[in-house]
Write a protein that binds this ligand. Structure first.
Ligand SMILES: O[C@H]1[C@H](O)[C@@H](O)[C@H](O)[C@@H](O)[C@H]1O
Length: 579
């Protein structure tokens, strides 16, 4: 017997997003208020034969913004307004990528431009790590600042820091001015790395929210690729590195200018009590939606806004932090969120991002920047692959493919470095054997490493928001983002020293060891979250990591999605009469 879908006529639209992967059935031509959300229980419901309720789909109660947003987001084509907002916000992703990416080539081409001498490895590390340090500092506060001053203003503040940081660097003739410039630029990067995905998730329709998060990662890796491309192009230009830094001012200026004309997110306006503005933005975002639905949405946002008690902002922040640590499912979410971000950084990818120019030069390549382009291009392409796989194959599965692949590639690199025989002479490395086939092996396996990294651990941790319920999401993701930057900082400030102290072979073997341990962590602690409702994620994490149960549930959800997809072609007149 076919399933009768109340309010369902001709078309089922399906959402399979990272933030819950719920299935939404909607009527293209009816008012959205009549739409229903199909849940797992919908298919498990016990029905009395012959009952009126037979085969009716249960409508799940709404208790989370992502669920409530179903009320107004399905049935909507994406409006140009949402596209513009997403585009403008993700410029921060691009800047994150560009600013962390250009340093690799800049370190090579700076030569003796600072203090009239070649930079030592220690100085290179400080210049590189300054951005990560700046980003770490601001990412800790950015979540709270966004609640107080607004997402838009925070992004504009980050633009200001990008400008100050870039000007200081472009005009730098001393090592310290360069380092301070990088630090201030890092302040901007930290804010952008947290706010941009947050902004996007708050304005995006539910059905494309998960994918839009990966799009931010695509901009990020794209920004790194562009930085490498420009770096290679400017390699032999006198003071080319200054132009490279100066170019970052273009996207910053574009973002700042656009933000002057754009609003903040509806959620922020609700937090500020400006309900008129909130509904205005919603109306512009969902042009097909009736005023009644917009009002209901605003009402829902108001209710959610009161979910954490507290008379003022500091009290509410404190209560949120308490809730994050004392509720077991939140704590597990925190372990996973921070754990994945730590793995992303401590398996060493960014040492390649920041120092690949130096590494490839060490191995004996003349145009090392060009080789770096291939590495960051691989990162970009495989982020695109992740975009298509993340919901279909599942986050856990791609992680458990990616991490062992990375381990294998790192082991091969360690062996190759061992046979290459590098010794260090002051600030530069000397290859005992000259350029040899071991150098080629290293480059090939660094590319393999990049592919496995981007497919899994490079992308999945940024899906962090799905781990946390709405009330602790801001602070939870702030912790996770800060972990990311702390890891980045440690890697940026120790990598070259590690190369010198424990040799490149030892360094890569060390990363391989951590990568291997990460497989164990993910195997035992990271449940499969694809296709799960947000509340289901909380249920899964309630009394353990429940890997088995999550896998079974994810499988079931996939089957249900497939069934609903089939229904797309099965609406009958009988169903239409039901409405
Ligand atoms: O997800 C991103 C991406 O993988 C970048 O390539 C990397 O440089 C960042 O640190 C990371 O957060």
């Amino acid at each position: 017997m076919g399933i009768h879908l109340p309010y369902f006529t001709s078309k089922a639209s399906q959402s399979n997003e990272s933030d819950g992967d719920s299935v939404v059935l909607s009527n293209e031509h009816e008012s959205p208020v009549k739409s229903v959300k199909v849940t797992s229980e919908a298919h498990e419901i016990q029905r009395a034969p012959g009952s009126d309720e037979e085969d009716r789909i249960q409508i799940k109660p709404v208790n989370d913004e992502d669920d409530t947003s179903v009320m107004i987001t399905f049935n909507q084509s994406i409006s140009p307004f949402i596209i513009i907002l997403t585009f403008v916000a993700s410029i921060s992703g691009f800047l994150f990528g560009y600013d962390t990416g250009y340093i690799s080539s800049a370190l090579i081409s700076i030569g003796t431009d600072l203090d009239h001498k070649v930079l030592t490895y220690g100085e290179k590390e400080i210049i590189t790590a300054a951005t990560s340090l700046g980003a770490l500092i601001t990412s800790i506060f950015a979540g709270t600042a966004a609640d107080i001053y607004g997402r838009k203003r925070c992004l504009m503040g980050s633009n200001l820091m990008f400008v100050i940081g870039a000007i200081l660097q472009v005009s730098a003739h001393t090592f310290w001015q360069m380092a301070v410039g990088r630090l201030i630029m890092g302040f901007g990067v930290g804010i952008g790395s947290l706010i941009s995905p947050l902004f996007i998730s708050e304005i995006a329709p539910k059905m494309i929210r998960g994918r839009l998060t990966v799009i931010n990662s695509l901009w990020l890796t794209g920004g790194q690729l562009v930085a490498y491309g420009c770096g290679a192009g400017l390699n032999h230009v006198n003071n080319g590195w200054r132009i490279l830094v100066g170019l970052s001012l273009i996207p910053t200026a574009v973002q700042f200018t656009c933000l002057c004309f754009l609003p903040d997110t509806p959620r922020y306006y609700v937090m500020r009590g400006d309900l008129k503005k909130a509904s205005e933005v919603l109306r512009r975002s969902y042009t097909d939606t009736s005023d009644e639905i917009i009002d209901r949405k605003v009402e829902e946002l108001v209710n959610l806004n009161h979910s954490i008690p507290g008379k003022n902002v500091p009290e509410r922040v404190w209560n949120t932090i308490k809730e994050l640590h004392t509720v077991p499912s939140n704590l597990r979410a925190l372990v996973i969120g921070c754990g994945l971000q730590a793995i992303q950084q401590f398996t060493g990818w960014n040492s390649l991002m920041y120092f690949s120019g130096t590494i490839f030069e060490t191995v004996g390549f003349k145009n090392s920047s060009a080789v770096s382009i291939i590495v960051s291009g691989t990162n970009f392409i495989f982020t695109l692959v992740a975009f298509f796989c993340i919901d279909k194959i599942g986050r856990r599965t791609i992680l458990l493919i990616g991490l062992p692949g990375m381990t294998m590639a790192l082991v091969v690199c360690a062996i190759a470095f061992h046979y290459l025989g590098i010794s260090f002479d002051g600030a530069s490395a000397v290859v005992a054997t000259g350029f040899s086939s071991w150098g080629i092996v290293i480059i090939i396996f660094i590319i393999v490493f990049a592919a496995f990294y981007a497919l899994g651990i490079g992308t999945v941790p940024w899906q962090q928001s799905e781990l946390f319920p709405q009330n602790v999401r801001g602070v939870g993701t702030s912790y996770a983002t800060a972990t990311n930057w702390a890891g980045s900082l440690v890697i940026a400030s120790t990598f070259l020293t590690m190369l010198q102290k424990i040799t490149p072979a030892g360094t890569f073997a060390f990363f391989a060891g951590l990568s291997c341990l990460s497989v164990v962590f993910c195997y035992f602690c990271y449940p499969e979250l694809s296709g799960l409702e947000l509340e289901e994620v909380q249920t899964i994490l309630k009394d353990g990591f429940n890997i088995k149960a999550s896998k079974a549930l994810a499988k079931k959800r996939k089957q249900q999605v497939a069934r609903v997809q089939q229904l797309k072609y099965e609406p009958t007149e009988e169903i239409i009469e039901d409405i």
